[in-house]
Design a protein around this ligand. Structure first.
Ligand SMILES: Nc1ncnc2c1ncn2[C@@H]1O[C@H](COP(=O)(O)OP(=O)(O)OP(=O)(O)O)[C@@H](O)[C@H]1O
Ligand SMILES: [Mg+2]
Length: 418
């Protein structure tokens, strides 16, 4: 089959890579892609916010399956537009993507499905927001209702900062603070059947020891040696399956990837958020461990046949990814600098480089975004995977770039609450 992947980040490079390794996939097209995806897919330009353009491209390329990476096209209805052309699409409808597109909607579904989550108030005015902040007390958790490219959530002890963020958002969700380590569990679903992938943990803060501002994600690892053995079953049973069932009951089935972000609190599992797509950077480590060819899995989900799929096969080996970010990221990043050492990094055993914000000019690759590369290492355990990833990172030079040096460092010990 021929597959079109929409997006241009390291997540899409990881998806293209896994699809290109699937013997049943003849051709991968990536739109718009990056300097890394050109090596394994044909890059085609597209405006990812234009659903009709995505559908037209899928028809023009005569692909058998479209995989939509980012949330913006999903919330805008790209999957509906592709399906309206009679082409299978991995990604939820606009109506179902509201689980990510509106945090208030996600809370409503969780309440209806009895899914454990933080208590929350949905506030429309500054007065309501102030009352909700005082009802919960610090630390304050203030979330923009809509999509905000990872910048919509503020967690702070500073009441003035909480009030100011609430005022800048319009409709906000103010919720109880959840303590404890976070886990991301990606589940593939066709709207009825739920197939969990392996859990991962990501690192959102820019600096070592979780210092500095939030980012799109600076690294991730899988497996989670410290997690309870029943974790995945518990999450599917209490969070994901009830959510999928509730969406189905409402006539807006969720088919695609349901990303559950969870906190393991002292009082049990709590859902922090849903996303309607593969998460970046966790996808890079989850797909690094998947042995089952990806194309067939996504096609089965897109066509309602997940129940017929055999169990997914996974390597017990570990994967770690380290994100190399441009100078000044997560603020406005410096771009246009040459990236050296990519071949040397690829030559490091058990490591490979996924591109995010890169483009080719002439014979060289230059930075073009905040998160530039996602370097993946694999190994028999997290320590080995970490060693491979950092050995590859050391080969790469990009003026002003930075990365965290502590990805997965504590994962083997008891102190995993980064
Ligand atoms: N109730 C909470 N208590 C404590 N921390 C929280 C809470 N809600 C969110 N956070 C922190 O803020 C981060 C971002 O929150 P959330 O995942 O809801 O936002 P988002 O902007 O949609 O994130 P993403 O970019 O991953 O989709 C979480 O990963 C978590 O670390
Ligand atoms: Mg989110």
């Amino acid at each position: 089959m021929d597959v079109l992947v929409i997006g241009s980040g390291a997540r899409e490079h990881a998806l293209c890579r896994a699809l290109s390794l699937d013997p049943d996939v003849e051709r991968v097209v990536c739109a718009p892609g990056n300097a890394g995806t050109t090596a394994i897919a044909s890059n085609v330009a597209v405006d990812v916010s234009d659903s009709d353009a995505i559908a037209a491209l899928a028809a023009a390329e005569a692909v058998d399956l479209v995989v939509i990476g980012p949330e913006v096209p999903l919330v805008a209805g790209a999957a509906d537009a592709v399906r309206a052309c009679g082409i299978a699409c991995f990604g939820p409808s606009a109506a179902a993507a509201e689980l990510e597109g509106s945090k208030a909607f996600a809370k409503e579904i969780m309440a209806a499905a009895d899914v454990p989550t933080a208590m929350a108030h949905i506030c429309e005015t500054p007065e309501e927001a102030a009352a909700a902040l005082d009802a919960f007390g610090p630390p304050y958790v203030v979330k923009d209702d809509g999509l905000a490219a990872g910048k919509g959530v503020v967690v702070t002890d500073d009441r003035d900062a909480a009030v100011a963020h609430a005022a800048s958002c319009g409709r906000v969700v103010i919720e109880q603070y959840l303590d404890g380590p976070e886990v991301s569990l990606f589940c593939i679903t066709d709207g009825t059947t739920v197939v969990p992938l392996v859990p991962a943990q990501d690192f959102k803060r820019v600096g070592d020891g979780d210092s500095g501002p939030n980012t799109g994600g600076m690294g991730a690892y899988s497996p989670l040696p410290w997690a309870p053995e029943t974790l995945v079953d518990d999450i599917v049973r209490t969070v994901v399956q009830p959510t999928v069932d509730e969406m189905h009951r409402r006539g807006t089935p969720f088919a695609g990837l349901l990303y559950a972000g969870l906190a393991l609190t002292s009082r049990g599992l709590r859902t922090v958020e849903f996303n309607a797509r593969f998460g970046d950077p966790e996808t890079q480590v989850v797909l690094a461990r998947l042995l089952t060819p990806l194309g067939g899995v996504l096609k089965a989900a897109a066509t309602g046949h997940l129940a017929d799929l055999s169990d997914l096969r996974w390597t017990p080996n570990a994967a770690v990814t380290v994100v190399l970010a441009a100078e000044n990221y997560p603020d406005t990043p410096r771009t246009g600098d040459p990236i050296e050492g990519l071949d040397a990094a690829e030559a490091v055993p058990d490591a490979y480089v996924l591109h995010a914000g890169t483009r080719s000019t002439g014979g060289s690759v230059v930075s073009s975004g905040g998160r530039v590369l996602s370097v993946v290492g694999t190994g028999i355990d997290l320590a080995a995977a970490r060693t491979a990833a950092y050995a590859a990172v050391e080969e790469i030079s990009l003026a002003g770039s930075h990365h965290r040096s502590d990805i997965a460092e504590q994962a083997g010990s008891h102190d995993h609450m980064h």
